[in-house]
Design a binder for this molecule. Sequence first.
Ligand SMILES: Cc1cc2nc3c(=O)[nH]c(=O)nc-3n(C[C@H](O)[C@H](O)[C@H](O)COP(=O)(O)OP(=O)(O)OC[C@H]3O[C@@H](n4cnc5c(N)ncnc54)[C@H](O)[C@@H]3O)c2cc1C
Length: 332
Amino acid sequence: MNKNVNLKTPALSPEEAADKYEQEPVDIAVIGAGPAGFSAAINARARGRSVVILSGDYRSSYMYRASEMNNVPGLLGRSGAEILDVYHAHAENLGAVLILGRALLIMPTSLYTEAGEIPGFQIAYGNRILSARSVVLATGAATAAPFPGEEEYIGRGVSYCATCDGMLYRQKSVAVIAKTKDAVEEAEHLARIGCEVHLFVSPSDLTRWGIQLPEDTFAEVQNASGFRVEGDGSAVTALAFGDDSIPVSGIFILRASISPSSLLAGLALDGSYIAADKSQATNIPGVYAAGDCTGKPLQVAKALGEGLVAALSADSFITETDKRLSDSGVHA
Ligand SMILES: Cc1cc2nc3c(=O)[nH]c(=O)nc-3n(C[C@H](O)[C@H](O)[C@H](O)COP(=O)(O)OP(=O)(O)OC[C@H]3O[C@@H](n4cnc5c(N)ncnc54)[C@H](O)[C@@H]3O)c2cc1C
C-alpha cells in the first residue's frame, strides 16, 4: 500500500460528500456497494483518489441474506452479511464515502473546475446530482427483464427517473410502476408537480417497506402484473396489463436494478452484461465496469478482482487526462 497516502483521513459524512461533490467532481464515483464496488473503492482510496460509492442499501442485497459462503478466500463459512459488513467497514475506514441512493442516469459532460474544463460525468440520483471525473459501474447482475415495449420507448415516454423527467409530464396522465421503496416518494413528487398519477404497487411490498399511502394523492392505485408498454411508434400511448389498459403519456418504471444501457446511453453490452475489456474499460472513456454486471462467473472473487482492476484503470484515466491537459496548458 502507498505509504504516502493518508488512509486515516476522516471521511466526509454522506451529507457533506453529497454537498461537496455536487459542486466539484469526486475523482471516482463507484455505482453499487457489493464486493466489486467495495473492492474498487478500497483500491481507489489506496491510490489516493477521492471516492464516493453511490448505492442502494447493501444490506438489502441478495448476498446479504446468504447464510454461508464457502469459496471466498480467507472467509470460509462466513455469511454474506458478515462479508459485506467487513468490506463496507474497510472501504469507509480508508475514507470512501457511501451515499445511499439509486443512480438513475449517468451523463458524460464537461466539468468546469477552478483549473479549467475537464471531461467528466454527472450522475442523477434522488433529486440530486453527483459530479465525477470517472465512473466504476458495479451494479451487479440486472435482475429484472424489461417489459415488452419498454426498451423501444426509452426517452419517448418510458422513464426511470421522476425527478429528472417529471416536468415533461405536468398536467398529463402517467403510470408509475413501483418496485422499490423510494418509488412511492417519486410518485408523490409527480403528483405534487401536477401529473395525474396511476400508481401500480403491490400491497405486500407496501407492508414490507412499512409505507402507508397518502390519501387523495393518486388518481388510482392498483396491484397489477404482466405490464406492456404501448405506443404509436413515436411515443408512449398506454400501459397495458393483463386484459386491461390505461391511456398515459408517460410510464415511470422504478425498480431496484436499472438496465445498464438505460443508466448510460450508448453503453455497449455483451448480451445483457456490460462489455468490458481486460482493463475493465467499457466503450465510454472514463467508465469502467466490474463484478456481476460484466458477466459470468457471478462470484465474489471475480467481483473483487475486477473491482481492483477497474479502480487502477480509473486512476490511470485521471492521471492521463491531467497530463494531456497540462501538456496543452490547462491544469486540472
Ligand atoms: C444467496 C446467494 C448465495 C451466494 N453464494 C455465493 C458464494 O458462496 N460464493 C460466491 O462467490 N458468490 C456467491 N454468490 C454470488 C455473489 O453474491 C455475487 O457474485 C456478488 O455479490 C457480486 O458482487 P457485485 O458487487 O458485482 O454485485 P452485487 O453484490 O449484486 O452488488 C450490486 C450493488 O449495486 C447496487 N445497485 C444496483 N443498481 C444500482 C443503481 N442504479 N444505483 C445505485 N446502486 C445500484 C445494488 O443495490 C447492490 O448493492 C451468492 C449470491 C446469492 C444471492
